[in-house]
Design a protein around this ligand. Structure first.
Ligand SMILES: NC(=O)c1ccc[n+]([C@@H]2O[C@H](COP(=O)([O-])OP(=O)(O)OC[C@H]3O[C@@H](n4cnc5c(N)ncnc54)[C@H](O)[C@@H]3O)[C@@H](O)[C@H]2O)c1
Length: 257
């Protein structure tokens, strides 16, 4: 019986790399010897990350709402280290807007960043990888919110539900090119985001409902991404891996019935 081909990612593009989860993923991949192109709207934060890291890190500013620019952006990222084999879609917006008050532009912005940009970037990335014939990995950072609605997050939950299906659709069509496409679905992760601030009541309540007795940290998500891009996940594609301290099982804060 032939052993499956075991390939580690070598050059990765990570979006949302100035954010809590994206930065942790970039650092983790870098520790494993991967060259990383960091992409985000916040160029100043990217520059700080590059300065702090001793491995091969490069920063590229991108606005994911500018969809027409994304194929060129992938070409630019490709040039940085002479190729790409891994794309991590970690950029995301999770603002709060009650359904009856939600404006079209609020809906559109979340859909643009969380879903449409992932489609455009992944398609551009996949075209180049198919041409290069190397195979590769796409990992989408989804959310437990893809399966459970919550107040004020109709746009967010819908975008992540769409992202889970996009993951499957890409996995199905790209398998013949040996491009793995998977999702990681975080539960609540402590990132203290400037871009996505959360209310104190919400944070208290969501923490209280988690079964596992410690908070989730960005490194939990980075570990799952590294696993999905690593040799032990060779036969995994189209999957969504929950990394949520058991939050998907139910609400641990409910009293005995
Ligand atoms: N933190 C959590 O509890 C949690 C839970 C589930 C899922 N997630 C998902 O994890 C991902 C990362 O979230 P985070 O918690 O690290 O948030 P974060 O706010 O720390 O990071 C998000 C990053 O996305 C970038 N971004 C936003 N709009 C952009 C645009 N138009 N162009 C380029 N970059 C843009 C921001 O600048 C920011 O650096 C998101 O997709 C989020 O939905 C987070």
């Amino acid at each position: 019986m032939s052993t499956p081909e075991r390939k580690q990612p070598r050059i990765a593009l990570v979006t949302g790399a100035a954010g809590g989860i994206g930065a942790a993923i970039a650092r983790r991949l870098s520790k494993e010897g991967v060259k990383v192109v960091l992409a985000d709207l916040r160029a100043d934060h990217l520059a700080a990350l590059v300065a702090e890291n001793s491995g091969p890190f490069a920063a590229l500013e991108v606005d994911l709402t500018d969809r027409a620019s994304l194929p060129d952006f992938v070409d630019r990222a490709w040039e940085v280290f002479g190729g790409l084999d891994t794309l991590i879609n970690a950029a995301g917006l999770y603002p709060s807007a009650p359904l009856l008050e939600m404006r079209d532009d609020q809906w559109d912005q979340v859909m643009d960043v969380n879903l449409s940009a992932v489609f455009s970037l992944s398609r551009a990335f996949a075209r180049r990888v198919v041409d290069a014939g190397t195979g590769g990995h796409i990992v989408n950072i989804s959310s437990g919110a893809s399966a459970r609605a919550r107040r004020g997050a109709a746009h967010y939950c819908t975008s992540k539900a769409g992202l889970d299906m996009l993951t499957k659709a890409f996995a199905l069509e790209l398998a013949e090119h040996r491009i793995h496409v998977n999702a990681v679905s975080p539960g609540f992760i402590e990132v203290d985001s400037e871009v996505n601030p959360l209310g104190a009541d919400y944070v208290r309540s969501i923490r209280g409902g988690q079964p596992w007795p410690r908070a989730g940290v960005p490194e939990d998500i980075a570990g799952a991404v590294a696993y999905l891009c690593g040799p032990d996940a060779e036969w995994i594609t189209g999957a969504s891996l929950s990394v949520d301290g058991g939050a998907g099982t139910g609400n641990a804060a409910l009293p005995l019935s």
